[in-house]
Design a protein around this ligand. Structure first.
Ligand code: GLC
Length: 582
């Protein structure tokens, strides 16, 4: 298949170019249509994707406007590798707002904004971190009441993402640009844990600005895992960085940042880390426990869904941003191959619905050879009891982990939402994930959205899996706790799947508690009713997550910043493993 694909690339590079019409969006919103060069020779599937009638459609301020032409799909690759960043040129969805202190989301409202919105903006601005006078990020939490600061006074890369999106949506891109450049500089540092040197591309988990009032200097310290609890490097940081660079580019239309040699190199270094060849037999990324948002031992080692979904999204985001010079081109080719394999693997083996569960339940074991149905030798007795009750007839999800003889059937919110946003999930799978959320509302949403994972692990299993972690007791923190930050991801997923009413419901729930409870980091309990035992207050990403959710619902055209359309070329052949015994 790949041989064919690249032959096609070679040949099609020679094709001539023709024009298409498309929407040009100015800083004030969609205004005019423009002409743009694109390569010719559409394949049938491409015609499908870029249906001319759609392109000639009048611009509408809805999610249709975001139909992404920036996704360098396989079909597009097959018609020419000559297009660089100009590709993104007319596709941005501008924040384009003025009046930096006025939250655009409330200013533009025809109705009275919720009073929480103004409070949230104020709290978000209080969390700003400055380096030599320039805002470069937001601290994780501004909780003075808490006795222990730990590292909550630092700018976390993953925590900054919802802040960044809020600023972009509000027409304040500078802080995002500063953050991207600052973290890029940090990537260039030599990183060591004890005597061991980390990969060049690693991005920090967090950084801190130290102000010296006497000498009037600012310096930065960064943590790449060498200070983190558990000493694990954050695999997600680099992916979030690429995803954010695309969001910035889409939102502002400023292509110059992504085009700089520094950003190009930064992307290539991150990609080098995750595309390198080794002993892997799977296209998924092998990870240590605690390498992502769940940053301590929770049994997510192996191939956690959160990382796989972010990996997929980062690869797709990087594709149109990479320059097609000698170096970039090589990466583009590697990305395309990986995306093919990764989407097939994920959509086939991580996907679980009623039918699939029934098939696994009836699996035979000890199969050898290519014809094996139970490829990873999963022993049906290892399926936990709860999953049989949890699985509705309608609905499905990507499970937590798949590796030899080990399927982690837990449901994880972030991975499933990112799977929808990145179109790792097919439209059918995306709809099924949303069906599951509706069917299992009490378990997954409860009284305070959203469960980070379901279910919690307890007793003996908790001892073994978490290593007796007292912060991760059942239904608390990363072990089935409820995290308001996930609100923005679920809202985005709701909008993408055409279910804004669900988003409205979850935002209503959040509005009944968040401000009153001083923006906690997480909630505890089966229903998420209690403020988390060790939760910080004024947790920045709880605040920003709420704002982003609000702005997305108010103006769904923002979705394009953090969503990628399905690539028709990656349509899976989801083979339902027809039961071996039937
Ligand atoms: C906790 C969370 C982590 C987050 C950090 C800062 O360590 O587990 O995901 O990035 O706090 O808020």
């Amino acid at each position: 298949m790949y041989v064919l694909l690249f032959l096609h690339i070679e040949i099609s590079l020679c094709h001539t170019e023709y024009f298409w019409f498309e929407e040009l969006i100015s800083m004030d919103g969609p205004k005019e249509y423009g002409l743009r060069n694109v390569s010719s020779h559409c394949s049938i599937s491409e015609m499908d994707d870029n249906d001319l009638s759609k392109l000639l459609d009048k611009p509408r301020l809805n999610i249709e406007r975001q139909r992404s032409f920036d996704e360098r799909s396989l079909s597009e690759l097959s018609i020419g590798l000559t297009r660089g960043l100009e590709y993104l040129e007319s596709t941005y969805s501008p924040g384009g707002r003025s009046g930096l202190d006025t939250p655009a989301s409330s200013a533009r409202n025809s109705f009275e904004p919720h009073p929480m919105v103004a409070e949230a903006w104020e709290a978000l601005r209080r969390s700003l971190v400055f380096f030599r006078g320039q805002p470069v990020g937001t601290i994780a939490a501004y909780d003075h009441a808490s006795e222990e600061v730990l590292n909550y006074d630092q700018v976390f890369v993953r925590d900054f993402v919802p802040s960044a999106l809020a600023f972009l949506m509000n027409g304040e891109p500078d802080i995002v640009k500063n953050f991207l450049l600052k973290t890029l500089q940090l990537q260039g540092w030599e990183k060591k844990v004890d005597r061991f040197k980390l990969g060049e591309g690693a991005m920090p988990a967090s950084f801190k600005v130290l102000h010296d009032p006497v000498r009037k200097t600012d310096t930065i310290i960064a943590d790449f895992g060498e200070s983190a609890i558990g000493r694990v490097a954050p695999v997600d940081s680099g992916f979030w960085w690429i995803i954010l660079l695309r969001a910035y580019t889409k939102s502002t239309g400023d292509l110059t940042l992504a085009e700089t040699p520094e950003c190009q190199k930064g992307m290539r270094l991150i990609l080098t880390l995750c595309l390198s060849e080794g002993f892997d037999t799977f296209p998924t990324l092998l990870c240590a426990d605690g390498c992502s948002m769940i940053d301590r031992r929770m049994g997510i080692y192996g191939y956690p869904i959160e990382i796989q979904a972010l990996f997929f999204m980062a690869l797709r985001s990087a594709l149109p941003m990479l320059k097609l010079d000698a170096e970039g081109k090589e990466f583009v080719e590697r990305i395309v191959k990986r995306l093919h394999a990764l989407s097939f693997h994920m959509r086939s083996y991580f996907w679980l619905d009623f039918q699939q569960l029934n098939d696994i339940y009836r699996y035979k074991t000890e199969e050898y050879s290519h014809t094996a149905v139970n490829k990873f030798n999963v022993i049906p007795d290892s399926i936990p009891e709860w999953v049989f009750d949890f699985m509705p007839i309608r609905g499905g999800y990507f499970i937590g982990n798949v590796s030899p003889a080990r399927m982690d059937f837990r449901w994880f919110a972030l991975g499933n939402c990112v799977a929808i946003l990145s179109s790792l999930a097919t439209p059918e799978q995306s709809a099924a994930i949303m069906d599951l959320i509706e069917e299992r509302w009490e378990e997954l949403v409860g009284e305070m959205p959203l469960k980070i994972c379901y279910p919690a692990i307890e007793s003996h299993e908790w001892r073994i899996v978490t290593g007796c972690d007292p912060k991760n007791t059942r239904w608390s923190y990363h072990n089935g706790g409820s995290w308001p930050v996930l609100l923005w991801l679920l809202t985005a997923a709701c909008i993408k799947t055409g279910r804004p009413q669900i988003a409205r419901r979850i935002i209503d729930l959040a509005e009944s508690r968040l401000l009153k409870d001083s923006w906690p980091e997480y909630y505890d309990g089966k229903l998420g009713r209690y403020i988390g035992k060790q939760a910080r207050k004024y947790q920045t990403w709880s605040i920003a997550g709420y704002l982003v959710a609000k702005m997305l619902l108010e103006d769904p055209s923002h979705l394009g910043m953090i969503s990628l359309e399905e690539d028709k070329q990656m349509k899976p052949v989801i083979k339902r493993s027809s039961s071996w015994t039937c």
